[in-house]
Design a protein around this ligand. Structure first.
Ligand code: PRP
Ligand code: ADE
Length: 180
C-alpha cells in the first residue's frame, strides 16, 4: 500500500479521548467510512491481502469488522462469514469465550459456514489486546478450516495484541495497514 493511501486512511481516523471510559483513546473509523475515496482505498487494500494470501473466504468480526469485511469479500470475489457475539446466530454454532481487559466475552460462528479446504482471512478494524481475534482464530481452527491470515486496519502496538496472537496464528500472517 502506498504512503499516500496510508496517510489518507490515517487522516480519516479520529482520536476520541476517554471513550468508552476514562483513560481509553478510542480510534473512531466513522470519518473514514463516510469518505468514499478512503473507504474504497481501504477495501481495495484489504481485498488485495485476501488475494495475496490465497483466502477462499472472509470472516468479519462483529460489529465494526462487518462494515469492512463485507465489501472486501465482494471485491475479492469471496464469501463472507460473520463471527458474532454470543446468542445472535440461529444455526448450529461453535462458541469461544475469551478474556478481555476486565471480564470475559464470547463469540460464535455458524459451524456449517466453513470447514476443511477453506482458507480464511479474518478482517477487523482495530487490533487492541488481540482477545477478539484470538478467539476467532480458535473458532476457525475448530471448524477444521485453515487460517490464511488476519488483516486489520489499525494495530494499537502498545497493547501487545500481536504477541498474544502469535500462537493462534501458527505462522499465518498478521497484516496491519496502520500501526500506532
Ligand atoms: O483486540 P481486542 O482487545 O479484542 O479489541 C479489538 C476489538 O474491539 C472492538 O470491537 P468491540 O468489541 O468494541 O465491538 P464493536 O465492533 O461492536 O464496536 C474492535 O472492533 C475489535 O473487534
Ligand atoms: N482504543 C480502541 N479504539 C477503537 N476500538 C477499540 N477496540 C479496543 N480498543 C479500541
Amino acid at each position: 500500500m502506498s504512503a499516500n493511501v496510508q496517510e489518507l486512511l490515517l487522516s480519516r481516523i479520529r482520536d476520541v479521548h476517554d471513550h468508552p471510559k476514562p483513560g481509553v483513546m478510542f480510534k473512531d473509523i466513522t470519518p473514514l467510512l463516510a469518505d468514499p475515496a478512503a473507504f474504497t482505498a481501504l477495501t481495495d487494500a484489504l481485498a488485495g491481502l485476501c488475494t495475496e494470501h490465497g483466502a477462499t473466504k472472509v470472516v468479519g468480526l462483529e460489529a465494526r469488522g462487518f462494515i469492512l469485511a463485507a465489501p472486501v469479500a465482494v471485491r475479492a470475489g469471496l464469501g463472507f462469514i460473520p463471527v458474532r457475539k454470543a446468542g445472535k446466530l440461529p444455526g448450529a454454532t461453535l462458541s469461544q469465550a475469551y478474556e478481555l481487559e476486565y471480564g470475559t466475552a464470547e463469540v460464535e460462528i455458524h459451524a456449517g459456514d466453513l470447514g476443511s479446504g477453506d482458507r480464511i482471512m479474518v478482517i477487523d478494524d482495530v487490533l487492541a489486546t488481540g482477545g477478539t481475534a484470538e478467539a476467532s482464530l480458535g473458532l476457525i481452527r475448530r471448524a477444521g478450516a485453515e487460517v490464511a491470515g488476519v488483516a486489520i486496519l489499525m494495530e494499537l502496538g502498545f497493547l501487545g495484541g500481536r504477541a498474544r496472537l502469535e500462537r493462534a496464528l501458527d505462522g499465518a500472517p498478521l497484516e496491519a495497514l496502520l500501526t500506532v
